[in-house]
Each structure stands twice: as structure tokens, then as C-alpha cells.
Write a protein that binds this ligand. Structure first.
Ligand code: ATP
Ligand code: MG
Length: 237
């Protein structure tokens, strides 16, 4: 969706849906306060909270998209230990998805890589959050890190609803969500993977997905980069 008018109309729609529901539930509470029991009030406030979170997520994602397109979005390459960078990301997501199990396997021969640590954490947040969002409670999500030639391979595997091969390309485009009962239940703007792929590409990496046999795996390959290459990357920024 590169057309500006399409973009505006999609964004307006995405903003209007949660706003309409926030206004509706706020009005219902104001107009019928005395007739509502505590449980209903709590339920309505929860909807208002969820929809506000959805708006915040959407605005944050849209800011990331506009940053991707701006010249000022500089990448800062530093020596990064993958386990140390990814552990805190898992801890934050675990907090929101307490019934999922997350297992991080980082093989011992994985070297530190020279990369932008914040952007790496943004990539991992999107992938691990999706893995949790599109799978049931009490299922396992593993994150496996192994060396792969001049790259390191980071795989995020879930046992969730899966993705059909005909949608493998579509999910990386702007505002794309695959319609099914579970995606309808969970919130999302369809921007996460678009942002993720852009970041991976700009960091000289690759991202791919494979789904089947009850498992879905997103793999990110990031270049290890030695010190000389690091200097070259800096000069070209
Ligand atoms: N691990 C996964 N398993 C199944 N489907 C997935 C998975 N990850 C992504 N998808 C599908 O790809 C779509 C796009 O994902 P993406 O992360 O870009 O957007 P989102 O999760 O809907 O919203 P957000 O912008 O908040 O991340 C999702 O709506 C979902 O249909
Ligand atoms: Mg997402």
C-alpha cells in the first residue's frame, strides 16, 4: 500500500474503530450509571482500557513506520551479546503472557555480533509478541540462536494457529492481517512485521517464515560483521 490516499483511509479506519468503541462504552456508563452493576462497569472499563492500548500500539507502530522512511533514522552499530539483548525482551513479554512458556536456547559458539541493539530488540519484540499472540495459553515458544556462516540465525517458533504458504509474503506488507477467528480476537495493526522486515533488511539481514506440522517459525539471519566491516558500515551510514 504505497498510495498516500489508501494509507490515510486505512489509518483513519484503524483509528476510528477503537475510538468509536471507547466513546460508546464511556457514553453508556455515563448515561446508565445507576442501572449498571459493578461487574458490567468493570467489563466496560476493561474494554476502554484495551481499546486505548490498541490505539497506543497503533500510534507507536505508525511512528516507527514514519521513522523508517526518514533520513534521521540512524543505526548505531555496537558489539552485542545476543543472549543479553534478548533475555530482557522475553521477560517483558512473559509478563503479559504468563501462561506461555518461553525457552531461550543460545548455542555456546554464537559470537557477539556488531549490530544496532535497540533495533534488534524491536525486531525480537515483534516476533516473540506475535508468537504469543497467535498461539494458545500453555503452549511453548522457543527462541533458538545458532551461528550460520557469516550470520547468526535467530528462530522464534510457536505452536499456534499457523500461516498458509500463500500468505508468507503478504504478512510482511503494511496493514496486512490474515483473517481468521483468532486474529479477529486479538488486536493488531498489521504493521509489526512490515516494520520488522524493514529493520532486518536495513541491518543487512534476512527474514523468512515457515509454517506447518503444528509449528510456525520466523527466522532472522543477521550478519556477524568483523571490526573492519563495522568501520565500513559506519562510514556508509
Ligand atoms: N506467529 C504467527 N502465527 C500466525 N500468524 C501470524 C504470526 N505472526 C504474524 N501472523 C499473521 O500475520 C499478520 C501480520 O502480523 P503483524 O505483526 O505485522 O501485525 P499484527 O500482529 O496484526 O499487528 P501489530 O502491528 O500490532 O504487530 C497477523 O495479523 C497474523 O495474521
Ligand atoms: Mg504483530
Amino acid at each position: 500500500m504505497e498510495n498516500y490516499e489508501d494509507f490515510i483511509s486505512t489509518v483513519s479506519h484503524e483509528l476510528r474503530t477503537p475510538l468509536t468503541s471507547i466513546r460508546g462504552f464511556a457514553q453508556t456508563m455515563l448515561n446508565s450509571w445507576d442501572m449498571l452493576d459493578d461487574d458490567s462497569k468493570k467489563k466496560f472499563l476493561k474494554i476502554i482500557e484495551d481499546q486505548s492500548n490498541r490505539l497506543i500500539g497503533l500510534v507507536e507502530n505508525m511512528l516507527s513506520v514514519s521513522k523508517l522512511q526518514s533520513e534521521n533514522n540512524k543505526f548505531v552499530y555496537v558489539q552485542t551479546n545476543l543472549r543479553q539483548a534478548i533475555e530482557p525482551v522475553i521477560a517483558i513479554i512473559k509478563n503479559a503472557y504468563q501462561n506461555h512458556s518461553f525457552i531461550l536456547n543460545c548455542s555456546r559458539n554464537v559470537p557477539d555480533i556488531i549490530t544496532d541493539k535497540d533495533k534488534l530488540q524491536q525486531i525480537m519484540t515483534n516476533l516473540i509478541e506475535n508468537a504469543a499472540k497467535y498461539s494458545d495459553d500453555n503452549t511453548l515458544i522457543d527462541i533458538d540462536i545458532v551461528p550460520a556462516g557469516e550470520f547468526v540465525s535467530i528462530k522464534v517458533t510457536d505452536r499456534g494457529i499457523g500461516i498458509l504458504p500463500e500468505n508468507y509474503n503478504k504478512i510482511f506488507t503494511k496493514f496486512s492481517r490474515i483473517d481468521n477467528p483468532l486474529t479477529r480476537k486479538v488486536q493488531g495493526s498489521g504493521l509489526g512485521l512490515y516494520i520488522t522486515k524493514n529493520l532486518v533488511d536495513r541491518m543487512g539481514g534476512r527474514i523468512s517464515v515457515l509454517s506447518g506440522g503444528g509449528q510456525t517459525t520466523f527466522e532472522v539471519l543477521l550478519p556477524i560483521r568483523n571490526v573492519e566491516e563495522q568501520a565500513r558500515v559506519r562510514c556508509n551510514q
